[in-house]
Design a protein around this ligand. Structure first.
Ligand SMILES: NC(=O)C1=CN([C@@H]2O[C@H](COP(=O)(O)OP(=O)(O)OC[C@H]3O[C@@H](n4cnc5c(N)ncnc54)[C@H](OP(=O)(O)O)[C@@H]3O)[C@@H](O)[C@H]2O)C=CC1
Ligand SMILES: O=C(CO)COP(=O)(O)O
Ligand SMILES: [Zn+2]
Length: 342
């Protein structure tokens, strides 16, 4: 007989233009006194201040995500306001201190909005206790705020979604070759997010209208729920993410950074090629929306890409992918050449 299973997904999602003004309503239902707002390093601070003003009846501390003191106590509620990193850090704090979490994404650049995980790179650097945390209790996705984010960030959200087709293939491979547990529902949910955005790519690419952002945000939230159901980021992160993480980690060592969704888009093209699936279609969608489709456009030098391709498999030995036990430099270079990424 199968063992009991449980998973958590967000309880409330408030969605649409002006949703941010509903923050006091959401907070009132969570019986908070002292609130921690975890936010980004520059632009997103503005939104965090706006949220703090809306909560003028409470004691509120606004802290940048890389300055959060994980040992500090005394907060009843955590709010994450910003891109993927502040939301991840807010999740970590809320989890450690067993406090409810509300996330207010200011961009649609990643699918961590609804997920119960903190991402690999951030967790390696900042959080040694493990990466499974809990999903937010509530999500407040203000589509007017997200619409005003730079379109490069919104395109990056599409880039993160392009990876799902590869991630699910990798998962199926691991299921067949290694007997890894597979959730058909979670896989379909992730693929549905990919397909809806891929088939609307030409229409939404300029993010001129609120409804364009709506399509993207819903797809990203759907992926977060897929991760919750799967019990891991498997449906949304495979070899394409390992490639992206290998580059992100190298860049971090040099105090440099790249945009997560852009690296995932590049990774998706090359890993789809290795899988023998239609990498040209992924590349075409990336071109259509204006994502980088060469290493140069992504700001990644060739040696770094080759190194990432040859080492990515070792980042997460428990996550079997098309990279298997690793590929050599020659195969890596050939894959980059054959997909026109060089
Ligand atoms: N937990 C999970 O399941 C997942 C987590 N992730 C993680 O999320 C991160 C990627 O997310 P991403 O959002 O790209 O990274 P960041 O949080 O680093 O945000 C990228 C940039 O976008 C800026 N920004 C955000 N919103 C706005 C806005 N409205 N207007 C102007 N600028 C804005 C940020 O500004 P500022 O300087 O103010 O911060 C920052 O400079 C990675 O670390 C990745 O690992 C990704 C997918 C899933
Ligand atoms: O970026 C992610 C999914 O899009 C998070 O996945 P990881 O588990 O690879 O950090
Ligand atoms: Zn991602």
């Amino acid at each position: 007989m199968k063992q009991l299973e449980s998973f958590e997904i967000p309880r409330t999602v408030i969605f649409g233009p002006g949703a941010i003004t509903k923050t006091p309503l959401v907070v009132a239902g969570l019986r908070a006194g002292k609130i921690l707002i975890v936010t980004g390093r520059s632009t997103t601070l503005h939104y965090a201040s706006q949220v703090a003003q809306l909560l003028s009846g409470y004691t509120v501390d606004v802290v940048k995500y890389d300055e959060v003191d994980l040992e500090k106590t005394g907060y009843d509620l955590v709010l994450g306001v910003g891109g993927g990193r502040p939301l991840d850090m807010a999740k970590v704090y809320a989890y450690i201190h067993k406090k409810p979490l509300v996330v207010i994404p200011t961009s649609a650049s990643h699918d961590g909005i609804a997920s119960p995980y903190v991402s690999y790179v951030l967790s390696r650097r900042m959080y040694s206790r493990g990466k499974i945390v809990a999903p937010p209790t509530a999500i407040i996705a203000d589509t007017s705020v997200i619409l005003s984010a730079p379109s490069r960030l919104l395109r990056a959200g599409i880039g993160d979604l392009l990876g799902k087709i590869v991630a699910v293939r990798d998962w199926q491979l691991a299921h067949r070759l290694k007997g890894e547990e597979y959730s058909e529902y979670a896989a379909h949910l992730s693929l549905t997010s990919y397909r809806i955005v891929a088939s609307n790519a030409a229409r939404i690419r300029n993010f001129a209208r609120e409804e364009d952002v709506r399509v993207l945000v819903k797809a990203l939230i759907g992926c977060g729920v897929a991760m919750g159901i799967a019990g891991s980021s498997r449906p949304c992160s495979g070899s394409e993410h390992l490639f992206a993480h290998a580059i992100e980690m190298r860049l971090q060592e040099k105090n440099d950074e790249a945009i997560h969704g852009e690296l995932v888009a590049i990774g998706s093209i090359v890993m789809a090629y290795l899988h023998g699936i239609k990498w040209q279609r992924i590349k075409k969608i990336a071109e259509t929306v204006g994502l980088p489709t060469t290493l140069k456009q992504a700001g990644v030098d060739i040696d770094l890409a080759v190194e990432a391709l040859t080492t990515a498999h070792s980042l997460r030995p428990d996550r079997y992918t098309i990279l298997g036990d690793g590929i050599d430099r020659e195969a890596a270079r050939r894959a980059l050449e054959n997909t026109g990424l060089l």
